[in-house]
Ligand binder design. Structure first.
Ligand code: ADP
Ligand code: ADP
Ligand code: MG
Length: 669
């Protein structure tokens, strides 16, 4: 085995590789950019080398610099992770020339599978079924249009050098072909520096099912079964699972053998994934007899983001296999020794706003709390990430924060476990898709395994712009949190402070919130026995709360909800089993000048203590003049005259506790 390897990547995949290396007593070298100087992956490795600026082209894509770093630190091999240099044949060759092992396939296999058009030509020869289409070298627009007509609309134009869901255009009719082609070529040229395209039949409502393959340098191959990655947005994966629902042993064998044939055709070594598009011909009778036709789409010549679901159902460590194979060892197991155990689902937790067309978000993970889980190893709940609470998701790299992988005996149990784990994943500080993922998991289509790449648009009505926690619960949580915070500040029971008000009868406190882009008015009434009644936008309900573990149990009306609340500034981030919400409490004291009297009365905007009066009976005052100082929540607030007039009477003395709305002094106008 290698003594030391360099990991030419960052984030969760760099941490993932480091974890297995550590377990195998292989030393690791991290590389890092300016932005990643204090990153988790740097700490996860035994040593680290700074390789340049934050932009990928200044660091993680600078392969000469990375090879230098490997030589300088005495690393024997380089693991490229996924993305960045992982599918770069020049890098793979350069490693070899520098006397380093590239932990991946030979450069020739990367080249053969690098362009979609060429790889389809190869696969055709190897007898692997292809999506009907045109993948020739002649790129004359008229010829491409003719081919599209022959294939039959709708068609998909794809950048041959494309990846990451980019460079694809669906075309429904012949009139639109020329414009779509031009726009696809433009994107292909800009993103991949190569405008060659292929044209494919657009399979409607297809499933994306891929096969994990492994080869060794002795020419042995196995397939580690399939992953269903049909749930996608923008042709990118959102949820991945194994095994694929509805997969039959016969089809699995057929697809597995086709994938192995694909790998064998390019003398593949190491971990690879053969992606198939699967057409589902729904049979008329409902007895799950759907027939599925599969077609080769592309081969990814690297470890895949979603490899943990395969690790979950096979009990294997794919990074360990990669290291063994790269050292020249044979595959640890033969095909007939491989078994599927249970069901696994991965959810990609990303910094993005699903309600705004999945716009990527950046920001600091002010709160990042996870359910009970393990990392980088098989477990009922596994979370692989490369960030810690307090770290930032920067604009330089992709928006994935973490991968949450669940494993259970059945799909149904895995689904329940996933929903529960997502509910316990609390991220504050930037937009994430956590809530959206829960809606997908709970959707009818996903729950019933009615999977295809159009699942998200089909279920849009229950996935987007959802508000699982209503205003009343959010307001109740915010009030409960405020009262507890006040208690902490006062250092005594929240109710004792209001005892002073009881001489005035029932205490009332006015509140304002911002929730879901709307303003809400609320009122909290404390009765003689200490009971609380909260009125939000005119609807009243009794409010109770008590601490429970690190959270609160909130009673609102006849419901009880357990909530975890994180307060950042004026915003409370409320997490419950049902979902999460944000509510902003508008501090009326901060707006004290606005909250005062109408027509000669001057009232306290909030409950608190009178500190001083700066006027006495008989004094003339002008509008805006400071009249009194009140204290609440250990802060002083000045009360100003609402109008010109004469002070008729002071109704309190300094030191008195007053309730919200209490009249402090009378002014004759
Ligand atoms: P997978 O097929 O493993 O699910 P993704 O398509 O999500 O992989 O891509 C894995 C990683 O590789 C991501 O970080 C993605 O941004 C990156 N990636 C994929 N294809 C390309 C490409 N052609 N150019 C640059 N980055 C890519
Ligand atoms: P990338 O290299 O960007 O991953 P792929 O060729 O793997 O590109 O396609 C990405 C996704 O686009 C697939 O997972 C699938 O959802 C969709 N797709 C690709 N080809 C077709 C097709 N012929 N018909 C319908 N959808 C397709
Ligand atoms: Mg793909």
């Amino acid at each position: 085995m290698f003594k030391k390897i360099l990991i030419a990547n960052r984030g969760e995949i760099a941490c993932r590789v480091a974890a297995t290396a550590r377990r195998m007593a292989v030393k690791t070298v991290a590389v890092y950019s300016d932005a990643d100087a204090a990153a988790k992956h740097v700490q996860a490795c035994d040593e680290a080398v700074h390789i340049g600026g934050s932009a990928p082209e200044d660091s993680y894509l600078r392969w000469e610099r990375i090879i230098e770093a490997a030589k300088a630190t005495g690393a024997q091999a380089i693991h490229p992770g996924y993305g960045f240099l992982s599918e770069n044949e020049a890098f793979a060759s350069a490693c070899l020339e520098a006397g380093l092992v590239f932990i991946g396939p030979p450069a020739s296999a990367i080249r053969a599978m690098g362009l979609k058009a060429q790889s389809k030509q190869l696969m055709e020869k190897a007898g692997v079924p292809l999506v009907p289409g045109y993948h020739g070298a002649d790129q004359a627009p008229a010829l491409l249009a003719r081919e599209a007509g022959r294939i039959g609309y709708p068609v998909l134009i794809k950048a041959s050098a494309g990846g990451g869901g980019k460079g694809m255009r669906t075309v429904d009719k012949a009139e639109d072909f020329a414009a779509a082609l031009a726009s696809c070529q433009r994107e292909a040229r800009n993103s991949f520096g190569d405008e060659a395209v292929l044209v494919e039949k657009y399979v409607t409502r297809p499933r994306h099912i891929e096969i994990q393959v492994f080869g060794d340098s002795q020419g042995n191959y196995v397939y580690l079964f399939e992953r269903d990655c049909s749930v996608q947005r923008r042709h990118q994966k959102v949820l991945e699972e194994a095994p694929a629902p509805g997969m039959t042993p016969a089809l699995r064998k057929q697809m597995g053998e086709a994938a192995v044939a694909a790998a064998r055709a390019v003398n593949y070594v190491g971990a690879g994934t053969v992606e198939f598009i699967v057409e589902q011909a729904k049979s008329v009778d409902s007895s799950r007899g759907d027939s599925m036709n599969f077609f080769f789409m592309e081969m990814n010549t690297r470890l895949q983001v979603e490899h943990p679901v395969t690790e979950a159902i096979t009990g294997l460590d794919l990074v360990e296999w990669q290291l063994r194979v790269a050292c020249g060892e044979p595959l640890p197991l033969r095909q007939e020794q491989l078994r599927i155990d249970g069901h696994a689902i991965e959810a990609r937790i990303c910094a993005e706003n699903p309600d705004n067309n999945f716009l990527p978000a950046t920001g600091t993970l002010r709160v990042y709390r996870k359910p009970e889980c393990s990392s980088f190893e098989r477990a009922p709940v596994r979370i692989d990430d490369g960030v810690r609470e307090g770290d930032a998701i920067s604009p330089y790299y992709d928006s994935m924060i973490a991968k949450l992988i669940v494993h259970a005996d059945t799909r149904e149990q895995a689904l329940a476990r996933l929903d529960e784990a997502l509910a316990a994943t609390h991220i504050v500080g930037l937009a994430t898709n956590v809530q959206f993922l829960r809606h997908v998991v709970q959707s009818r289509s996903f729950a019933q395994a009615d999977l295809d790449t159009a699942l998200i648009p089909r279920e849009a009505a229950v996935l987007f712009n959802q508000q699982p926690v209503g205003l009343e619960l959010a307001a109740a949580a915010a009030v409960a949190q405020t009262l507890l915070d006040e208690q902490a500040l006062e250092g005594n029971d929240p109710f004792s402070r209001r005892d002073g008000w009881r001489s005035h009868g029932v205490a009332t406190r006015r509140l304002e919130f911002q929730f879901g882009g709307e303003q809400a008015k609320a009122q909290l009434v404390t009765s003689h026995d200490g009971g609380l009644q909260l009125t939000v936008n005119g609807r009243s309900f009794p409010l109770t709360f008590r601490r429970q573990g690190s959270g609160l149990e909130i009673g609102h009306g006849d419901q009880r909800t357990r909530a975890l609340i994180y307060t950042l500034g004026e915003t409370d981030h409320v997490f419950t089993a049902r979902g999460a919400a944000q509510i902003v409490s508008i501090d009326l004291l901060a707006h004290a000048g606005e909250g005062v009297a109408e027509g000669g009365r001057l009232t306290a905007p909030m409950p608190g203590k009178v500190v001083s009066f700066s006027v006495k009976a008989g004094d003339k005052v002008s509008k805006g003049q400071a009249l009194a100082v009140m204290e609440a929540m250990k802060m002083e607030h000045t009360i100003a005259a609402p109008a010109d007039g004469t002070v008729a009477e002071l109704l309190y003395a300094p030191g008195d506790q007053v309730a919200e709305g209490a009249e402090l002094l009378k002014i004759a106008v």
